[in-house]
Write a protein that binds this ligand. Structure first.
Ligand SMILES: [Zn+2]
Length: 82
């Protein structure tokens, strides 16, 4: 995961984190640039499902994200005579 310091643009380091819910963690971040030394908190959350779990937790409901829409009528000509 790459997140940049909002003050100097250096890549932030995650010092520690704690769970705030089943799908979210609060991250404590620190800028390693010694002339900046910014520290802050961030939230990391799972917001949707791309592929469902083989062994799903019933308490972990996450909506299915946008899926690729297959073309309905492609307009492609048939190669076989009708
Ligand atoms: Zn910084």
């Amino acid at each position: 995961m790459k997140h940049l310091c909002p003050h100097c643009g250096t890549r932030l380091h995650i010092r520690t984190s704690r769970a705030v819910s089943l799908t979210s963690r609060e991250l404590y971040v620190r800028c390693p640039e010694e002339h900046c030394a910014y520290t802050g908190k961030a939230i990391l959350s799972i917001i949707s499902t791309i592929a469902p779990s083989i062994n799903p937790n019933p308490l972990a409901y996450l909506p299915v994200g946008r899926t690729r829409v297959l073309p309905n009528g492609t307009g492609q000509l048939s190669l076989l005579p009708e």
